[in-house]
Design a protein around this ligand. Structure first.
Ligand SMILES: Cc1cc2nc3c(=O)[nH]c(=O)nc-3n(C[C@H](O)[C@H](O)[C@H](O)COP(=O)(O)OP(=O)(O)OC[C@H]3O[C@@H](n4cnc5c(N)ncnc54)[C@H](O)[C@@H]3O)c2cc1C
Length: 754
């Protein structure tokens, strides 16, 4: 076998191209050809091998029941995890229907990497649950080894910003007991001798990361679920969803149709991967995802690679997965191939790898592990995966149809998120809500005008794929799919230098640029697919200037406008759309002599944190109680008026609070953004949910929930008796805890007392 680099050059020269040369636009680059036939993939065993190859032709693997409590559609990572967690919650009579055989869609050829640290506390918890399931629970329950390999994970930082991001992850990891270490280049070399560390700033090493085996995981999940009464039926494609309209005019799931009969059920879970859109259409439910090719290559044996951790070189956009005594090399391109016509005949299939697309990863991989230059390629793996407009999965009950749940759109993270998400889906179905705050995964986060908008879905999903390994900066914004929903003030604010943010498809004011206008231009696909990349793009340049974990350059503009969100006497104006512009212009004219200026949400964010006003989804989420959040005054506990949740709050009040939201100020002038660890008397007791700089008090403020590590209630004495510090990127800063907001604690200003 030729060396990796020479093999690639040779293959690129001789291999007939699957797609025609790109003209302008997207379609010519998209794969019109269907999947190729089965290929060998680098797994020791697959479910396919264990079964009779002609099984598909023989009909369903077992008779269909006439009714089911829940029907899960799709037997990949998500379907199997959801079924398992439903069974663990005691749901009897749940049925999984798989069109072909388990794992035959995307799951069978996954790389299976599980990294524990992500820049979101909820995702860290979801990943931790998956890891618990595959490394412990399933083996205890079934006696089967899932194939989990704990070889560790290593994130590469080629810039200071990147290392700063890792240090933030390290601090967050301490809150959840996830061991991680920031290593110098020398320490990295000692850990991974084959690695080139000359261009490194440092690395983040997470020893308990590892690799999941798709076949072993799904086999064990199904074994455990069926032992608890669930049923799995393979070779049984779902062909339709029957819907009924109840007495109140609400559309509800009634039954699932297959070629082999019908199952009456009130609840369906769409875990059909890239086919989820087709299943959604059967029910009149929009599923905003696109299918793309995603690939890796498997090398020949590499001496000395055994037992090395998996590697993510974000700046080179490549990952290196340990594959026994070889490596799998994969990555994320700026010009991924869309799978336009998703075939329903696809099972255990792969596409031909497009070397023109894949070659861009080779340089980065060889730079990181130079021995790869002389290493041959054993096989290529290029399969379909679904991507969504904000790179987050699509979960929860579809707004169009009661009883129709989504568990799809996993953006190349469906193995590692599968356990956590399967558990949350099961809770959503059984209890009507997930246990964790899943708002960023909830399908209802998208406005209905967007979920069927093809251009928006395609543009946003492309950008999300291309930026998968980008640093997650606090003030970044998408460039794709913009200007979808604008209000009547939009043009006027734009002319006044407004730098817009995008939220739920709406353009909203972020801040105002004194140097002039910064319109968001039509998406240029970063120059991919023959698009001309924008040159001298003011909006893009301003965003780029804020790619920092330090104070952004526009820090002096992030001044207050008097709004009721921020604890000042203020007014929120509700006017009919046609009046918005004249009212705004009149206010600006009158206010000019008082120094009235424009401000956006960035000002609201800073002012509201100073005042201690809670932000939904940051200070306050679905998994927090009003008592924990210091909002007891909003509940009628002193009255005898009944309200939903009263008993639960009274119980919590009687037992004492196990968590409590505290405000913190940091004397040192250091920027914080959330996810920093909270230390009390030398122990980590929580993490920061939201932080910002407070310009009135001239200090950084942070809010986060703390616990007593001994498990006891967090009393006021416990709060007051602690010495606190906040840890940012591995460095701790002394902090003062506050039970009342440090700005206007007596709440005088909203009463007009200045
Ligand atoms: C190259 C590659 C590398 C990856 N690496 C990683 C990684 O390192 N870590 C990670 O976490 N994730 C990774 N992923 C992503 C991960 O593999 C996927 O997110 C995950 O496998 C998706 O699982 P799923 O259950 O949603 O979909 P699938 O596995 O596709 O399952 C959907 C199932 O639904 C069935 N189905 C479809 N229509 C019907 C119907 N009408 N009736 C009945 N059944 C139907 C299909 O046959 C299929 O089996 C990778 C993906 C790729 C392509």
């Amino acid at each position: 076998m030729a060396s990796l680099s020479r093999a690639l050059r040779g293959v690129a020269a001789t291999r007939p191209r699957q797609s025609p040369a790109p003209a302008r636009g997207l379609r010519p680059l998209a794969s019109g050809a269907g999947p190729t036939s089965e290929k060998s993939v680098p797994y020791q065993r697959t479910l396919k091998e264990a079964q009779d190859a002609s099984a598909a032709a023989r009909g369903p693997s077992r008779p269909l029941p006439s009714t089911a409590s829940v029907v899960v559609i799709g037997g990949g990572s998500l379907g199997c995890q959801t079924l398992y967690h439903l069974a663990k919650l005691g749901v009897s009579g749940a049925v999984l229907l798989e069109r072909e055989r388990l794992t035959s869609g995307t799951t069978w050829h996954t790389a299976g990497l599980l990294w524990q640290l992500r820049p979101s506390d909820v995702e860290v918890e979801l990943l931790a649950h998956t890891r618990r399931v595959v490394s412990r629970d399933l083996e205890e329950e079934t006696g089967l080894h899932t194939g989990w390999i704990q070889n560790g994970g290593l994130f590469i930082a080629s810039s200071r910003q990147r290392l700063d991001e890792y240090k933030r992850l390290m601090s967050l990891g301490k809150v959840y007991g996830i061991e991680s270490h920031v290593l110098s280049p020398g320490e990295t070399k000692a850990l991974y001798p084959l690695m080139n560390v000359e261009d490194l700033y440092g690395t983040l090493y997470v020893p308990h990361d590892g690799t999941m085996d798709p076949a072993g995981t799904c086999t064990s999940l199904v074994r455990a679920a069926t032992a608890r009464g669930a049923q799995v039926i393979e070779n049984c494609p779902v062909t339709g969803i029957r819907v009924r309209t109840d007495d109140f005019g609400v559309r509800r799931v009634a039954a699932v149709e297959t070629e082999f009969g019908c199952i009456r059920t009130p609840c369906v879970v769409n875990c059909a991967g890239v086919w989820a859109g087709a299943v959604g259409r059967m029910a009149g439910v929009k599923v905003p995802l696109v299918a793309m090719h995603h690939s890796y290559v498997v090398t020949e044996r590499i001496e000395g690679i055994q037992n090395m951790p998996n590697v993510r070189d974000h700046d080179a956009s490549v990952y290196l997965r340990l594959q026994g005594d070889a490596l799998s090399v994969g990555g994320y391109e700026t010009n991924p191939i869309f799978w336009e016509e998703v075939s329903d005949k696809f099972a255990f299939g792969l596409f031909d790898l497009d070397w023109d697309v894949f070659t861009q990863h080779i340089e980065g991989a060889i730079n990181r592990v130079p021995v790869l230059e002389k290493t041959g390629i054993k096989s290529t793996v290029c399969g379909p995966e679904s991507f969504t407009p904000d790179h987050k999965p699509l979960m929860g009950e579809a707004p169009e149809l009661r009883g129709f749940f989504l568990g799809c759109g996993f953006n190349s993270a469906g193995m590692m998120l599968g356990g956590g998400c399967g558990q949350q889906l099961a809770s959503w179905i059984v209890h009507g809500r997930p246990e964790k705050d899943m708002h960023s995964y909830d399908i209802r986060r998208f406005h209905h005008s967007l979920t069927g908008h093809g251009r928006w879905i395609r543009e946003r999903s492309h950008e999300a794929y291309a930026k998968n390994y980008s640093v997650v900066f606090p003030h970044d914004e998408p460039l794709a799919g913009r200007n979808m929903r604008t209000d009547p003030l939009h043009e006027e604010l734009l002319a006044r230098g407004c730098v817009f943010q995008e939220r739920h498809g709406w353009e909203r004011p972020g801040w105002f640029n004194a140097q002039g206008t910064a319109p968001v231009l039509p998406y240029d696909y970063y120059g991919a697919y023959g698009h001309r990349a924008h040159e001298d793009y003011t909006y893009g340049r301003l965003l780029g200037q804020e790619y920092t974990f330090s104070f952004p350059p526009h820090h002096d503009v992030v001044r207050a406008v008097r709004l009721s969100f921020v604890g000042e006497l203020g007014w929120e104006l509700h006017t009919p759309r046609p009046s918005c512009l004249p009212v705004y212009q009149a206010l600006m004219t009158v206010g000019a002599k008082h120094g009235l200026v424009n401000a956006g949400y960035r000002a609201i964010d800073s002012l509201s944190i100073e005042k201690g006003y809670r932000h939904w989804h940051a200070d306050l989420r679905a998994d927090d109680s009003p008592l924990e959040a210091g909002l007891a005054f909003t509940c009628k506990l002193k009255s005898s008026i009944p309200f939903l949740g009263r008993e639960a709050l009274e119980k919590q009040q009687a037992e004492g609070l196990r968590r409590r939201l505290l405000g913190f100020t940091v004397d040192e002038k250091v920027p914080m953004f959330g996810l920093e660890a909270i230390w009390r008397n030398g122990q980590v007791v929580g993490h920061v949910r939201r932080a910002d700089f407070g310009f009135t008090i001239n200090k950084t403020l942070a809010y986060g929930y703390i616990r007593d590590p001994s498990g006891g209630p967090v009393s006021l004495d416990f709060v007051k008796s602690g010495d606190y510090a906040l840890e940012r990127m591995g460095v701790t800063y002394a902090a003062q805890a506050h039970l009342k907001s440090p700005f206007d604690p007596d709440n005088k200003r909203v009463k007009g007392i200045y």
